[in-house]
Write a protein that binds this ligand. Structure first.
Ligand SMILES: Cc1ncc(COP(=O)(O)O)c(C=O)c1O
Length: 382
């Protein structure tokens, strides 16, 4: 494994996470129990939503969301081609067809509502926008489209925990937290996320009609959990056939410690984003995504788009030479070997974005000196 001098992301773990793990070890109750229940309560409070269900991953959350909505064979689900593959995979697992839409622009790489409208057919059942890098998709337009066409809206909010929606005039609607604007929101606690547990996820919703089903489906379809039965609640029934998508107590306890730090960490990420933005200003070769919305971002990713694929390659190489790790979020799903033969759509902006975007280091403990060094390296390219 390469040891990067400046890695893309570094865990913000300390005594709080160690104490949380110790608490679980001391209690000797390992799967869904008091930590999971408290994590869900605290998460729902942040989201200002009725229900939050802790799960083993965001992929599980997307799968359960599609299940709860009743997405199945013959249905179409519109989603961005510039995305992590989980939503597409879960659409296929549900037996439905993912329909890939383009992004708004190279500096606003979220689902383009105008393209979404063109793709709607009588088979369309849901839209799954993704809040790229911590920045919300155009929710007002997408909600309006869903209302007009009777579609469900699942927000893939894996990048955007803690971000709130503001429209172009800076106004925030009543339900503004990323993930709590549409019908269902999904979150990931994968190792590189703003709230990191290694693995884990959360599904949030205000919909009473989905909540009971989701709660049962995450644990085999059982009407009562082991923890409830431990408390004297008697036996259980299997009302529907479900999965095992439970989160365990260790992950939930660490998740609670991480949740307590989340908003401060996001604020620090925004300061660093602003530093990158100011440092790169005026260099025409590099355009930062969502540069004008840093103050509303969850600051998950720092992404710049190069003026060409060659400039990207030069930038990545120059940074690698000084020990700075970079990444690409994301290759276009349509260009993966498992997708390109089945899905022939061409999304030009998604394609360009995949060729030209570089993800730069960003995490709460990244130093300003490292940001300045990265900016200097990019600006100094011949
Ligand atoms: C946008 C997005 N969606 C979904 C996922 C899947 O999350 P998980 O690994 O928790 O299943 C990720 C994780 O990287 C992601 O970034």
């Amino acid at each position: 494994m390469t040891e990067w001098r400046v890695p893309l992301s570094v865990l913000d773990y300390g005594v709080e996470e160690a104490a949380a793990a110790q608490r679980v070890i001391g209690r000797k109750w390992l799967s869904m129990g008091p930590e999971v229940l408290a994590f869900e309560r605290e998460f729902a409070a942040l989201q200002n939503c009725k229900y939050a269900y802790a799960l083993s991953s965001a992929t599980a959350a997307l799968h359960l969301a599609m299940h709860a909505i009743g997405i199945g064979p013959g249905d179409e689900v519109i989603q961005p081609g510039a995305n992590f593959v989980a939503a597409a995979n879960m659409t296929l697992l549900a037996g439905a067809t993912p329909v890939f839409a383009d992004i708004c622009s190279l500096t606003e790489p979220t689902l383009d509502p105008r393209h979404v409208e063109q793709l709607i057919t009588s088979r369309t059942k849901a839209i799954v926008p993704m809040h790229y890098g911590g920045n919300l998709a155009r929710m007002r337009e997408l909600l309006e489209i869903c209302k007009q066409h009777g579609l469900m809206l699942i927000e893939d909010s894996c990048h955007a925990l803690g971000a709130a929606y503001h429209d172009a005039q800076g106004r925030a609607p009543h339900r503004s937290m990323a993930g709590s604007i549409g019908d269902i929101g999904t979150f990931s606690f994968y190792a590189n996320k703003n709230l990191a547990c290694g693995e884990g996820g959360m599904l949030v919703t205000d919909r009473d009609d989905f909540s009971e089903r989701i709660q049962m489906m995450r644990s085999h379809g059982m009407t009562r959990s082991s923890w409830e039965r431990h408390g004297g609640a008697g036996s259980y029934d299997i009302a529907v056939s479900g999965f095992n998508y439970r989160l365990d107590e260790l992950h939930a306890a660490i998740g609670r410690a991480q949740l307590a730090k989340l908003l401060d960490g996001n604020a620090r990420r925004r300061q660093l984003l602003a530093r990158y933005r100011d440092g790169l200003r005026g260099d025409e070769r590099w355009s930062m995504v969502f540069a004008d919305r840093v103050e509303h971002s969850a600051g998950h990713l720092m992404v710049v788009v190069a003026d060409s694929a060659e400039t990207r390659t030069d930038g990545v190489r120059a940074l690698r030479d000084i020990g700075v790790q970079t990444s690409r979020h994301y290759p276009s799903i349509l260009e993966f070997s498992g997708f390109r033969e089945r899905f022939t759509a061409h999304l030009e902006l998604t394609h360009q974005f995949a060729k030209r975007a570089i993800t730069l280091p960003l995490h709460p403990n990244l130093s300003v000196e490292h940001v300045d060094e990265i900016v200097h390296t990019l600006r100094a390219l011949p």
